[in-house]
Design a protein around this ligand. Structure first.
Ligand code: G3P
Ligand code: MG
Length: 245
């Protein structure tokens, strides 16, 4: 079973640096985070790139859907200037760049597979090929996309895979077993002490997103939550340097 650190930096240290960039991953590491969470999708020429949205407008100076731009044109875009002038010129990272950075920083990742309009099966196969070259890194895949989860389980059962949810289905135990997932990742607002206990008592690692409030993080840990995903790893790690319960 993979050991998930108690604090994971959401899209990197995305409160301090532009999300899903190498800069944000480096800041997360510098603040003491052992893992980042990041979002991976495909360019039009089937290269794995990190970006959250389906379109380029919010986090770059480009326009249009990601999966209609090739890697060469995505790499010309500025993915940092929208956040702050000091990050102007930051690029959309490839998954390969990211894995290399994690390797040198001795970090791991929750890699969220986000098809964002591309073919989820194709995306999974490209991710698996990239991860083949980074076997030593601690990586936990997750996805809201059931096709992606099933594809990862089928073709790379050795890579742990979290079932990513907005709410907990009533029959979650049967579905969790059917998927062969290794963890449940859920919006913390959808959890109650009772549903958290049900998951924890079943021996299922429980990861929550996205928590930037220290008291709320402490409460979730008291419910048995394994890990919280936060935009602000510096604040949470200062207040909660170790898993408290
Ligand atoms: O993986 C947890 C969280 O990142 C899921 O939501 O929209 O931030 O990718 P989102
Ligand atoms: Mg995500």
């Amino acid at each position: 079973m993979i050991e998930i650190p108690h604090i994971v930096a959401h899209r990197g240290a995305s409160i301090e640096a532009p999300e899903n960039t190498i800069a944000a991953f480096r800041v997360a590491g510098a603040r003491g985070a052992k893992w980042i969470e990041c979002d991976v999708t495909l360019s039009s020429d089937d290269k794995c790139v990190l970006i959250h949205d389906e379109t380029l407008e919010r986090t770059t100076n480009g326009t249009g859907p990601i999966h209609q731009s090739d890697l060469a044109s995505l790499r010309t875009l500025d993915a940092g200037g929208w956040f702050s002038d000091i990050y102007k010129g930051e690029r959309i990272p490839t998954l390969s760049d990211t894995l290399e950075t994690l390797y040198y920083m001795e970090m791991g990742a929750n890699l969220e597979i986000k098809p964002s309009g591309c073919d989820p099966v194709r995306l999974c196969h490209e991710v698996i090929a990239e991860l083949e070259r980074a076997r030593d890194l601690p990586i936990l895949i997750s996805s809201f996309d059931d096709i992606a989860v099933a594809e990862m389980r089928k073709h790379a059962p050795e890579i742990p895979c979290g079932w990513l949810l907005e709410t907990l289905p009533k029959d979650w135990k049967a579905e969790y077993a059917r998927l062969g997932a290794s963890a449940i990742h859920i919006d913390h607002a959808a959890l109650t002490p009772v549903s958290a206990a049900e998951i924890v008592d079943a021996g299922v690692p429980l990861v929550c997103y996205t928590i930037n409030d220290v008291e709320r993080a402490k409460e979730l840990f008291s419910w048995g939550v394994t890990s919280v995903i936060t935009d602000d790893p510096a604040k949470l790690l200062t207040a909660i340097p170790r898993r408290p319960f």
